[in-house]
Design a protein. Structure first.
Length: 135
């Protein structure tokens, strides 16, 4: 069985998509290949995102926003957009999901935690679909 490839996309690749990629990477433990990108990448990961992920023992401080490329979308089996609008290229045969989530940009840590927790819930559900538990 091939390893599922998941791409998380948001505008700046500094918040939601970084959290989603880090959470799926942790939970999947190598069973899923994970990437993230942005249509207009920021210069750094949102400091509040770094803080709330550190609370879970996940260090995203060394990550940096990546530009969304056609190759990244073509390589993915599942593309999850988080507010990138029509900037994300569409290819036949890909599964596209759009997760409507608040943008953590400019928000304090207290308001970023619930976004992180909702992403974590969705990531766990996605993982259960992609890699069903074996009995």
């Amino acid at each position: 069985m091939n390893t599922p490839q998941v791409l998380f996309v948001c505008v700046h690749n500094a918040g939601r998509s970084q959290m989603a990629a880090a959470l799926l990477h942790r939970h999947a433990a190598g069973r899923v290949a994970v990437r993230s990108a942005g249509s207009a990448p920021a210069s750094e990961v949102n400091p509040a995102v770094v803080a709330v992920m550190a609370e879970l023992g996940i260090d995203v401080s060394r990550e940096f926003p990546q530009r969304l490329t056609t190759d990244a979308v073509e390589a993915a089996d599942v593309v999850i957009t988080m507010g990138c609008g029509d900037a994300c290229p569409i290819f036949p045969g890909k599964r596209y999901l759009d997760w409507q989530l608040d943008d953590p940009a400019g928000l304090p840590v207290e308001r970023v935690r619930p976004i992180r927790d909702e992403i974590d819930r969705r990531v766990r559900a996605l993982l259960a679909e992609l890699v069903p538990a074996t009995a």
